[in-house]
Design a protein around this ligand. Structure first.
Ligand code: PAD
Ligand code: ZN
Length: 400
């Protein structure tokens, strides 16, 4: 393991210095870090701030000091049981940090590098990674839900018990360990307190518009759900040149922010007697070109599909659906020519694309500031989740 930048001339001076050096490396190899983390012991319970032990990174692993982490609805889906993961677990998957140490064989990052952990890894070996468009690396832990690193290992311990990893990232902790395929180096000039959003919310929403739906100039779009991810879809639709972007949310408090980032109008389904899909088809004379479900509900997934034009509309599922629930739809909705698709992480190949998106943020091509409504600390994480649930925040960023 390499954990400290060392002066090589120093090694040549005397054997005793060499021994000192080796003993430093040896102790670093075994160095467990004790730090603060938020542990979910069981579902439907608040997170508990605990002292955890973070084991050193083994071969092809990287230990990261987390600097900032956002609270995403996907974390809440685990807390409320709609996304099933083993407990106890350290959640969090939208973060930025600095490499503290690396295991044997790690070449793409070194201690001191600014990095973003990747909840969708990129191994560059599997069929999906080699596919020109696909991004769901087969080493992901979203579809397997094992709650471990790639080789089945767990590097967290608390009160003598192993604590599971989440999506190969686990960022609600001062230090985490990830596989090398689940971390990427970013520009040293990156503002870490903001670019954590590139690790999930912004990238997922933005990519869903520009990469997955491939929104076209002059088109009409509708976005169901105006949280951090939905607002990022709007940013993507606007940058792709959509001329009409309709925001849909049952919380009208979300409308001003949606308009600030590019929505041309916003509607609340609760203001209408008829189904929202009928309202949208009427408003847009036969349905929108592109629709996005960014909530994670079955009824709004169907409504979004029905809102798009029956001959050529494209509807994208972004929201994570509740565990073990199925949709029943009339195939006629698709037979006429609609396309229904979904994607993880906005279709971006994480290792390749994240550094470019971060550079775009530094170059002020996008602003993440409108998405960050609250800045808080790890100790106040449960309040951050309460703000998300009550609709009072877009993204809370915890500074560690
Ligand atoms: P959020 O809770 O901040 O936003 C959801 C919004 O939907 C809120 O503004 C709600 O008011 C609104 N809403 C709730 N119910 C309804 C309804 N019936 N009709 C209209 N609006 C409603 O969540 P978020 O933006 O953090 O995440 C949104 C979804 O995206 C969520 O399911 C999350 O798990 C998923 C997600 N997917 C990926 C991915 O890779 N596909 C990544 C990150 C998040
Ligand atoms: Zn997320």
């Amino acid at each position: 393991m390499v954990s400290l930048p060392l002066d090589c001339d120093f090694l040549e001076r005397t054997d005793s210095f060499l021994l000192l050096f080796l003993s430093q490396v040896h102790s670093a190899w075994y160095m467990v870090i004790k730090c603060k983390a938020a542990v979910l012991w069981e579902i439907n319970k608040p997170l508990s701030i605990e002292e955890v032990e973070v084991a050193p990174p083994q071969a092809n692993e990287v230990r990261i000091k987390i600097v900032s982490t956002g609270i995403c609805r996907s974390d809440d889906h685990v807390i409320n049981g709609s996304l099933v993961y083993p407990t106890p677990i350290i959640l969090g998957h939208e973060a930025a940090g600095i490499v503290e140490s690396i295991g044997e064989g790690v070449t793409s990052v070194k201690p001191g590098d600014k990095v973003i952990p990747l909840f969708t890894p990129q191994c560059k070996q599997c069929k999906a990674c080699k596919h020109p468009v696909a991004n769901l690396c087969s080493a992901n832990d979203l579809t397997s839900s094992k709650g471990t690193l790639r080789n089945g290992a767990i590097r967290f311990t608390c009160r003598g018990k192993p604590i599971h990893h989440f999506l190969g990232t686990s960022t609600f902790t001062e230090y985490t360990v990830v596989d090398e395929i689940s971390v990427v180096k970013i520009d040293p000039a990156s503002p870490l307190e903001k670019v954590c959003l590139i690790g999930c919310g912004f990238t997922t929403g933005y990519g869903s518009a520009v990469k997955v739906a491939k929104v076209t100039p002059g088109s009409t779009c509708v976005v169901f759900g105006l949280g951090g991810v939905g607002l990022s879809v709007i940013i993507g639709c606007k940058s792709a040149g959509a001329s009409r972007i309709i925001g849909v949310d049952i919380n009208k408090e979300k409308f001003s922010k949606a308009k600030e980032v590019g929505a041309t109008e916003c509607i609340n389904p609760l203001d209408y007697q008829k189904p929202i899909e009928d309202v949208l088809v009427e408003m847009t004379k036969n349905g929108v070109d592109f629709s996005f479900e960014v909530i994670g509900r079955l009824d709004t997934m169907t409504a979004a599909l029905q809102s798009c034009n029956n001959a050529y509309g494209v509807s994208v599922i972004v929201g994570v659906p509740p565990n073990a629930q199925n949709l029943s739809v009339n195939p006629m909705l698709l037979l006429t020519g609609r396309t229904w698709k979904g994607a993880i992480f906005g279709g971006f190949k994480s290792k390749d694309d994240i550094p470019k998106l971060v550079s775009d943020v530094i170059a002020k091509k996008f602003k993440l500031d409108p998405l960050i409504t609250n800045v808080s600390s790890l100790d106040k994480i449960n309040e951050g989740f309460d703000m998300l649930r009550s609709g009072k925040s877009i993204r809370t960023v915890l500074i560690m």
